[in-house]
Design a protein. Structure first.
Length: 291
């Protein structure tokens, strides 16, 4: 079961979210036919976005994490609801690159560094809150850490990891986001930085551990208190009704051209790969409703 756990230090000066997201990333891998490096890139993004979504308080709010680094994988996009249920896709899911010298998947090479990381929070207001920073490594966790410091002025550390098995399935996936609250003493910062430095890779812990184990490592010696524990999953909200509303929004001229073609309109959902088919008669009915 995938889950997000939130906790706070005993002194109240640091908060953390941690996720174990193997099933989420495995679902994405199967849906999109992801290569190993694409699984790692999208998987890290999905886990990060899920944790950000879980922090949203507003009903029906969503957060979108978009990464465009100019690399061969193209855009990497994830969207989470306010419960941490997440969906996403990459532009080029079958991209394959040689392993790095240390034997790790070259996520940074796939994503690239000539671009931006953008976080968009739709809180149900007229305009979403959008923040964006330049990419620093394309490895996603480092880029997200930089984003929080530069765009939101919050001292944050992020760790993300996806371990792909020999059969290309996902062995484990997850990560953490730990943030300092106002007034945090320097000693606390030093302790957390030291804990992260000696904890090793996220996937080393998650192979046989849980999100709670990640928290225990990052906040070792700081008496973390659990605030919430929530199950999360890969979830797409597409439906025929939503596609109908989208078709109505493209305008009568475009609908007329589709109807006149005499061919079925096939609309594919980027997030779950489901295809919706509309006949010319159905398109004409939609056109009549828009006039």
């Amino acid at each position: 079961m995938d889950e997000i756990i939130r906790a706070v230090t005993a002194d109240g000066y640091a908060k953390i979210s941690a996720i174990s997201g193997r099933s989420i990333v495995e679902s994405a891998r199967k849906i999109h036919g992801l290569s190993p490096v694409a699984s790692a890139a999208l998987g890290r993004t999905l886990c990060a976005c899920s944790m950000l979504g879980d922090l949203l308080k507003e009903k029906d709010a969503t957060v979108t994490l978009r990464i465009n680094g100019g690399g061969p994988i193209g855009n990497v996009i994830a969207v989470s609801d306010n419960s941490g249920n997440v969906r996403g896709y990459v532009q080029n899911p079958h991209i394959d690159l040689p392993l790095k010298q240390n034997g790790k998947l070259d996520v940074g090479g796939a994503v690239g560094v000539n671009g931006t990381l953008t976080v968009s929070r739709d809180l149900g207001l007229k305009e979403p809150y959008i923040g964006s920073t330049a990419l620093v490594s394309g490895e996603i966790a480092e880029d997200l850490t930089y984003y929080f410091v530069e765009s939101e002025q919050v001292g944050t550390a992020c760790g993300l990891g996806v371990l792909v098995d020999t059969d290309l399935s996902i062995r484990c996936a997850g990560g953490f986001i730990v943030s300092l609250l106002p007034g945090a003493p320097v000693s606390l910062i030093d302790t957390i930085e030291g804990n992260i430095a000696k904890m090793g890779q996220v996937t080393d812990i998650l192979q046989n551990g849980t999100a709670e184990d990640l928290i225990d490592h990052v906040l070792s010696g700081l008496e973390p208190e659990t605030l919430s524990c929530k199950s999360v999953e890969y979830r797409c909200y597409c439906s025929r009704e939503r596609i109908l509303r989208a078709l109505k929004s493209i305008g009568s001229e475009a609908l007329g051209e589709i109807a006149e073609s005499g061919e079925n309109a096939e609309i594919n959902c980027h997030f779950c790969n489901k295809t919706y088919i509309f006949t010319p008669d159905e398109i004409r009915n939609i056109l009549a409703q828009t006039e």
